[in-house]
Design a protein. Structure first.
Length: 142
């Protein structure tokens, strides 16, 4: 199965750990470690308060285009909806969820959403369709 993991790259280590677990089960996973490394400049500008520059914005836009292409090709968008131990979906992830929805892709959340804004996405994306869980793609996350 082709799976794209969406979420805050402030949680890149967790995304990579999840990626490795899913690969070990035979799935094709995006992002790659190389993609995350290419994201270093915009991550530092955005998450570490270094300030956006034309270069970081250009890199971010190109990386997002690649993400959208991978979402177009995937079977499942897996949303890592946690940051710093709290429920979280950032603007980029919200765009990715909307794009996946527009393409009729299956969307799976790492945690069952409880936030009001996220809940509306859950009912829009999950309730009408067959509910997927980590178990249904053969992986349990601690």
């Amino acid at each position: 199965m082709k799976i794209v993991i969406a979420g805050s790259f402030a949680e890149a280590d967790r995304i990579l750990k999840l990626r490795e677990g899913l690969i070990s089960l035979g799935h094709e996973i995006f992002p790659t470690p190389e993609h995350i490394e290419e994201s270093r400049i915009p991550i530092e500008a955005h998450h570490k308060g270094k300030g956006e520059t034309p270069r970081s914005l250009s890199i971010r836009a190109n990386l997002m285009r690649r993400y959208f292409q991978k979402i177009k090709e995937c079977d499942i968008l897996f949303v890592m909806n946690e940051k710093n131990g709290k429920e979280y979906i950032g603007l980029g992830t919200a765009f990715e969820i909307g794009y996946a929805y527009a393409l009729n892709k299956k969307v799976v959340f790492y945690h069952k959403p409880t936030d009001g804004n996220t809940l509306s996405m859950r009912y829009l994306l999950i309730e009408p369709a067959i509910q997927l869980s980590l178990d249904s793609i053969g992986h349990e996350v601690e």
